[in-house]
Design a protein around this ligand. Structure first.
Ligand SMILES: Nc1ncnc2c1ncn2[C@@H]1O[C@H](COP(=O)(O)OP(=O)(O)OP(=O)(O)O)[C@@H](O)[C@H]1O
Length: 215
C-alpha cells in the first residue's frame, strides 16, 4: 500500500550514482532526501516520477484500500526546478491545461483553477500571461498546479528555493494539508516545509562503476 521503491539503482554516464535504494511510504507519509550537491537527490526524484529509467529496481504506487499497483509516476505530481508553464499563456490557461492533462488520479478531486489561484494567494492576477509575473509569483502558481489535479504523491525538488518567508510558510501549509488528506510527499529540500517528523534518506553520491561492484 502506498509508495514502494525497491532496490533502485541509477547511472549517470558510465557510473552508478546510487544502488539498492528501497523505501516505502504509507498514506500521510513523507520522506526527505538529503545529501551534498551532486549526490543524486534530483536523479532519484526523477526516477520515482518516471522521468528517468532506473538501471534496476522498481517503484510503484498502490491506492489505499487496495487496487492495482501502478507506476508511481501515474499517481504523482513532479515539481522540479522549472515551473513547467508556457510564458505566453495566461496563468488560467496554463493551469487549465494541466488540470485537463493530468486529471485526477482517483481517490480525490483537484480544485478548480480559481480556487487554486486563491489558495496560493494570487487570485487577482491569474488572467495575466505567466511570463509577466515575478519569479516568486511564478513559483506560487507552479504550486497551484499541485492543487488543480488530485495526485496522491507529490515529488518536490527544492520547491521553495529563492522564495520569501511568507511563500515558504504558504507552501508548508499546502504540504501539511496534502499529508493530512492522506497524500504522500517525497522531497529534496533544506527548508522545514511542514515535513517535521518526516523520514530522511541521506544520499551519498557515486556508488562506483558497474565493474567495481561486480568485483
Ligand atoms: N544528464 C546527466 N548526464 C550525466 N551526468 C549527470 C546528468 N545529470 C546529472 N548528472 C550528474 O549526476 C550527479 C547527481 O546529480 P543530481 O542532480 O541528481 O544531484 P543532486 O543531489 O540533486 O544535486 P544538487 O543538490 O546540486 O541539486 C552529479 O554528479 C551530476 O553531475
Amino acid at each position: 500500500m502506498g509508495l514502494i521503491a525497491e532496490n533502485l539503482a541509477a547511472r549517470r554516464g558510465e557510473d552508478l550514482l546510487f544502488v539498492d535504494i528501497s523505501f516505502s511510504l504509507d498514506e500521510g507519509g513523507a520522506l526527505i532526501l538529503t545529501g551534498a550537491n551532486g549526490s543524486g537527490k534530483s536523479t532519484l526524484l526523477r526516477v520515482v516520477a518516471g522521468l528517468l529509467r532506473p538501471d534496476s529496481g522498481s517503484v510503484s504506487y498502490t491506492p489505499q484500500g487496495g487496487g492495482e499497483a501502478r507506476p508511481a509516476g501515474e499517481a504523482a505530481h513532479y515539481l522540479g526546478h522549472r515551473n513547467a508553464m508556457k510564458p505566453e499563456l495566461t496563468v488560467e490557461e496554463n493551469l487549465s491545461f494541466w488540470k485537463d492533462f493530468l486529471g485526477d488520479a482517483g481517490g480525490g478531486a483537484g480544485l478548480c483553477v480559481g480556487e487554486a489561484a486563491e489558495t496560493v494567494g494570487l487570485g487577482g492576477i491569474a488572467h495575466l500571461p505567466f511570463g509577466y509575473l515575478s519569479a516568486g509569483q511564478q513559483r506560487r502558481f507552479a504550486f497551484a498546479k499541485l492543487l488543480v489535479a488530485w495526485r496522491p504523491v507529490w515529488i518536490l525538488d527544492e520547491p521553495t528555493a529563492a522564495l520569501d518567508a511568507a511563500a515558504d510558510r504558504m507552501f508548508a501549509s499546502l504540504v501539511s494539508g496534502h499529508l493530512a488528506r492522506g497524500g504522500i510527499v517525497l522531497a529534496a529540500t533544506h527548508q522545514p516545509l511542514g515535513l517535521e517528523g518526516a523520514k530522511e534518506l541521506r544520499m551519498k553520491g557515486f556508488a562506483g562503476t558497474p565493474q567495481d561492484r561486480a568485483a
